[in-house]
Design a protein around this ligand. Sequence first.
Ligand code: FAD
Length: 476
Amino acid sequence: MDRKQLGQAMMALLGPDKVLTEELDLLYYSYDSSFHARNHRFVPDIVVTPQSTEEVSQIMQYAYTHGIPVTPRGAGSGETCGSVAVQGGIVMDLSKWQTIEEIDTANMQVLVRPGVIHANLNKELAKYGLFFPPDPGSTRMCTIGGMIANNSSGLRAVKYGTTEQYILGLEVVLPDGRVITTGGIKSRAIKNVSGLNLTKLFVGSEGTLGVITKARIRVWPKPKARGILMAVFPKLEDAPAAVLDVYQGGILPSGIEILDESAIQAVNMYKPEINLPNAQAILIFEVDGNPASVEYEGNRIAEIVKPRTSQVEWSTEPKRMAQLWEGRGVVATAAARVREDGSRVFAGEDISVPLAKVADTLRAIRSLGDKYGVRVVNYGHIGDGNVHTAPVIDPELPEEVERANQLADAIHRLAIEMNGSTTGEHGVGYVRARYAPLEHGPAVDVMAAIKQTLDPKGIMNPLKVFLPEEGINSVS
Ligand SMILES: Cc1cc2nc3c(=O)[nH]c(=O)nc-3n(C[C@H](O)[C@H](O)[C@H](O)COP(=O)(O)OP(=O)(O)OC[C@H]3O[C@@H](n4cnc5c(N)ncnc54)[C@H](O)[C@@H]3O)c2cc1C
């Protein structure tokens, strides 16, 4: 089907205001926030912006009948080419559909449409002393639909878990246009173990099984107090060991972040006034709760980690907390400063490894950086082993891009060797789909069977999460 015909059909369904066909508009949708999309353009044939379940269903019925690929999209903040149309066809932009349908304080839950921005939801919830805990760094951009599709989380996942733990039920439009509801979207019960858990199937499915059009989400009481502790480690191995000591001391902080030597250097180059102590690692603990428990836990963590550290500082005073946090806050931006003409790229940036292997992993990444001649800055959510690796290159030089890609490939394989995962937060999308057989083995066949059942024509976000059989067999 040619673009003109497709455009006419979509305009007949949605009206002209919800259909984009201009070259410049399409170009905007040809990338997300990934490094891969910077180097490869995937221009869709058309973009649609539905704002009702009926409209989504009609688009899917049409696409199914005509065998046209459909790629759901939220804010496009993903790092994996997940929301770009690698096989062309329709990009379905759901970011305009920003309705919070209900804040049900009596039952501690909300009902939202997919385009609601995460930070906006939490701003509304704060009025009732509530919050939706997963906290991606992209909070001011990303949509709830994108978060559910990617099962997003952030630095507080160590205590509060990931998006999946809060999704009570979904409304989903299937690839053939049928509309289903899962779990507790109709009921308001918090607990529901009835039937196969289809809600969990769709959470993290990255737009490959259907379009999420509504979500019922559990919300929690917003903590009343918090405190920050910075601990400086002369020996890298002592940092993960101290995390374990804290857990074994019966304390679960709301965040535990690591900056290794490379990140400390980057921060000090970027903002010398932050003046982080030179060390092999710095840990930043956050605790939250009520004022008395926060005070107790902060002081207890300080006692526990002290023997392994050269410096510990604990504060609940807002100005000092902001200063203690600043190094972690700027590290993503600071990474690029390790090289004058460098840019930080998102490649191999989100591996997750067992806590006991964090130190070995960081050392191995440094060796890989040396092998491929790429400066690498490491930081991340050490509390759950999620290491963010920031290669710094000149992305205008194809030879450097190639080396960064080789490094990313080696880092992904390292994660699997370490009994970890190629992605702790950002998802698989297009850029990591080829690792699925290595990471999941024969389970990929089961994933493919589920996909085949729900999407027999393969129109729903093709080539994402895992590849069709020929792709799977070609990877070793
Ligand atoms: C600066 C920055 C910081 C980030 N920090 C974090 C972080 O801390 N933690 C984290 O987890 N991620 C992080 N990310 C990655 C990204 O922001 C998250 O994965 C986010 O949840 C994606 O939301 P989105 O609305 O931008 O989705 P998109 O990027 O538009 O889409 C992501 C995936 O979801 C699918 N999708 C989107 N909407 C729907 C829908 N309604 N139905 C079905 N499928 C859908 C798409 O097809 C795609 O596969 C960060 C990104 C940036 C740029």
